[in-house]
Design a protein around this ligand. Structure first.
Ligand code: IMP
Ligand code: MG
Length: 192
């Protein structure tokens, strides 16, 4: 088999692929068109939540035709609910000024809604002209804090998924598709 078509070793750890590479590419292109139409000629300040949004942001930005400024923000999310405060904390904040700018916040997945609400509250304090959010995946059934994203790639059921930026303990981010890990690999379920 030619090296270019060989499966990634990590893909053997998937029980099921729920979103293929082709589906991702098609949807990311459409999302880029939707975002371009929403902002027109306006400059957009993109804020990506890393590490999860890295791959999605890199592909999406190339489908957006508006002028773009880019910054990243790093948030610690404590997946283990037994830990005292399950509130996400900003580990590394913005480095560019967003006052009076149109901010588009990008994350890989909207789950309980805690991460995006914390980041949006921080951004709003910095007096942007507007704030919109875009997520690749939305697990609407898991919401603990009410939150609706402006642009959503795919609605997915309540399953723990990896690939295309999403990790399990920092692994699997490089899978080109999105899938569910085999059950024995999800143990212990420490969602990093
Ligand atoms: P929220 O604060 O509960 O909405 O969670 C958002 C963060 O949790 C995301 O940025 C991901 O890092 C992580 N997360 C939630 N669900 C999953 C999943 O199914 N796979 C991988 N990471 C997830
Ligand atoms: Mg993560």
């Amino acid at each position: 088999m030619p090296a270019t078509t060989r499966a990634l070793p990590a893909s053997q750890d998937l029980e099921e692929i729920i979103i293929s590479e082709t589906m991702i590419k098609r949807r990311v292109r459409k999302l880029g068109q939707e975002i371009t139409a929403a902002y027109g000629e306006e400059e957009v300040t993109v804020v990506a939540i890393i590490n999860g949004a890295l791959l999605f942001t890199a592909d999406l930005l190339r489908e957006i035709r508006c002028p773009i400024r880019l910054d990243c923000i790093r948030v610690s999310s404590y997946r283990n609910e037994t830990r005292a405060a399950g509130k996400p904390e900003i580990v590394h904040s913005l480095t560019i000024d967003i006052a009076n700018r149109h901010v588009l916040l990008i994350d890989d997945i909207l789950d309980t809604g805690k991460t995006l609400s914390v980041v949006v509250n921080l951004i709003k304090k910095l007096k942007p002209a507007s704030v919109k959010t875009c997520v690749l995946l939305d697990k609407k059934g898991r919401r603990e804090v009410e939150y609706a994203a402006d642009f959503v790639g795919f609605d997915i059921p309540d399953q723990f998924v990896v690939g295309y930026g999403l990790d399990f303990a920092e692994r699997y981010r490089n899978l080109p598709c999105i899938g569910v890990l085999k059950p024995h690999l999800q143990n212990p379920p420490e969602w990093a």
